[in-house]
Design a protein around this ligand. Structure first.
Ligand SMILES: NC(=O)c1ccc[n+]([C@@H]2O[C@H](COP(=O)([O-])OP(=O)(O)OC[C@H]3O[C@@H](n4cnc5c(N)ncnc54)[C@H](O)[C@@H]3O)[C@@H](O)[C@H]2O)c1
Ligand SMILES: O=C(O)CC[C@@H](O)C(=O)O
Length: 527
């Protein structure tokens, strides 16, 4: 097997390259490339490991013809076009916890820097001014910290602030009352937080809901003399309005680690008294960078080598332990989905995936994703397990997953059903020896077959001599039959013939078979 190739395109702790190599990947570290240079080389790689400098745009993804996974050594993935990566079938992963403590500590550091004006005091002291009377600070003890966003980083900031004997008021629509009690914070709406907080710290992603959460209007609702810290994302604060609020004294100080446009080489805020900033250093500690580098390399290698999925933003998780167990099922599901897709005449918009026996004990999501991928190959060869659920959603598919506790004739079974104009149609399959995919039922008729390579599917009226006539027609066309599978609804009723063929069947032969007496359907299948 050829080794997966990984490109590390941003500066990353060297442990990442080491882990990739140890886990069986070939790895190149090539940083500081222009988008055109990256687009020219990305086609050679299966994996792309990044921090925030590399922008994974449509241009890069279009050129990334072999790419299977993008790993972000960090939390924010706003530098990756996730919808486009998903549509292209590329898994996007991040490392959601590796730099949380470090970033929370940076927010606390900036809070103290604001409270005691440390950067300016330092600059003036080193300039020989000894400005002892110019820097009257404020204590944080007893003050109220307003937390906007109480996720991983926000909750660490809250715990540190409580340790400093501050009160913490949190605004986060997803914060439950129980979790707020557990965190020791007061849950509040945004206006209450703005009115109460002496310090405000932001810890949300940048979304349509959070963009400009500290807008001009909201800045005007803050307690006069508030101090504001943003270590989350630029764009959460209206920077022009913040400048005005600092100038007017409404805001006594602001500390930004992040800007709406980065790198921020210029800003209306630069030079404003009581404004301090750092160049997106929130995650920059040795500890955090080792954590995220190790984690991203482990996760990406696990996916490329074993199929394990951890911390993906566009695919359900799959542990390295589950992945090998699920692999034969996803193979079976892909084939069943493909069979239904090839046989379905209607423009279907619904699909049900049922699992029973051993299959019912597994994570059904990858099985569903594989069924959808197989089914939608009728629309495009580029469909895979990553993009199939997104494409299905985009097409408005109704997808039903059913897990049955009972076990039937087979120790494990996956059934795929679609509703056609003629009523529900289903196919089912099992695993022989826990690994070999076998079709066991097709549209209500029991029939055992491997779904492999070129196949011929015929539905006919059961009658003596029919099989011989099919064999003769194929033989005369010089087409060799590999295996022969038969099933029927009842003697003399509807029968199904499924043949594996050594070669593809020409259209003319299919037409000729269609003229045989009793034939209802003839179709060439490909797996
Ligand atoms: N400065 C840095 O270097 C640095 C480092 C790490 C993370 N970050 C950024 O910090 C941010 C937070 O990271 P995290 O790990 O805590 O993420 P998280 O997902 O754990 O937490 C985000 C929280 O924001 C809340 N939220 C979502 N929409 C909201 C809204 N409209 N109003 C209020 N709250 C809302 C969510 O419910 C969640 O609790 C991210 O944007 C991340 O990219 C920056
Ligand atoms: O990689 C970095 O330095 C920044 C990381 C940070 O913005 C994140 O979202 O994890």
């Amino acid at each position: 097997m050829t080794k997966p190739r990984v490109l590390i395109s941003d500066k990353m702790d060297p442990n990442a390259a080491k882990i990739f190599a140890e886990r069986g990947c070939d790895v190149d570290v090539i940083t500081d490339k222009t988008p055109d240079e990256l687009a020219a080389m990305i086609g050679d790689y299966d994996g792309l490991a990044i921090r925030s400098s590399t922008k994974v745009t449509k241009q890069i993804l279009d050129a990334a013809t072999n790419l299977k996974v993008i790993g972000r050594a960090g939390i924010g993935v706003d530098n990756v076009d996730i919808p486009y990566a998903s549509a292209k079938g590329v898994v996007v992963m991040n490392t959601p916890f590796g730099n949380s403590i470090t970033t929370a500590e940076h927010a606390i550091a900036l809070m103290f820097a604001l409270a005691r004006q440390l950067p300016e005091a330092n600059a003036q002291t080193q300039a020989g001014k000894w400005p002892k009377n110019d820097f009257m600070g404020v204590e944080v003890t007893g003050k109220t910290l307003g937390l906007i966003g109480a996720g991983n980083i926000g909750s660490i900031v809250a715990s540190r602030a409580l340790g400093l004997r501050m009160k913490v008021v949190a605004f986060d629509p997803f914060l439950t009352a129980d979790r707020a009690i557990e965190m020791g914070v007061e849950k509040a709406d945004l206006d209450t937080l703005l009115a109460k907080a002496d310090f405000i710290t932001l810890h949300t992603p940048l979304t349509d809901q959070t963009r400009n959460v500290l807008s001009r209007e909201n800045l005007a609702k803050t307690k006069k003399g508030v101090r504001i810290i943003n270590c989350a994302r630029g764009g959460l604060i209206d920077e022009e309005a913040l400048k005005e609020a600092l100038d007017s004294g409404q805001v006594a100080g602001a500390a930004l680690d992040v800007f709406a446009t980065e790198p921020a080489k210029e800003s209306p805020l630069f030079g404003t008294p009581n404004f301090i900033c750092t160049p997106h250093l929130g995650a920059s500690t040795n500890e955090a960078q080792v954590n995220v580098a190790l984690q991203v390399a482990e996760q990406m290698a696990d996916y490329l080598v074993n199929g394990g999925v951890t911390n993906a933003l566009n695919m359900p998780s799959l542990s390295a332990e589950e992945a090998p167990k699920l692999k034969p099922y996803t193979n079976l599901a892909l084939k069943l989905g493909s069979l239904v897709g090839q046989l379905a005449h209607d423009n279907l918009d619904n699909i049900a995936i049922e699992v029973e026996g051993a299959a019912a004990e597994l994570n059904i999501k990858p099985i569903t994703a594989a069924v959808l991928a197989g089914f939608m190959r009728r629309f495009s060869d580029a469909v895979n397990m990553v993009n199939a659920p997104f494409l299905a959603k985009e097409r408005g598919f109704d997808i039903r997953e059913v897990r049955h506790d009972k076990t039937g004739a087979y120790h494990t079974l996956v059934r795929v059903t679609v509703n056609t104009a003629q009523g529900p149609r289903s196919v089912a399959g099992t695993l022989f020896a826990n690994s070999e995919a076998r079709l066991v039922e097709i549209f209500g008729i029991s029939l055992e077959a491997e779904l492999e390579g070129n196949m011929l599917y015929i539905v006919n009226e059961d009658a003596p001599g029919f099989i011989g006539r099919v064999g003769t027609a194929l033989g005369e066309a010089g087409l060799n039959i590999g295996t022969f599978h038969l099933g029927r609804r009842s003697a003399g009723g509807e029968a199904v013939l499924l043949l594996s063929m050594d070669a593809a069947i020409p259209e003319a032969v299919l037409k000729q078979l269609g003229t045989l007496p009793g034939v209802k359907t003839v179709k060439a299948l490909k797996f």
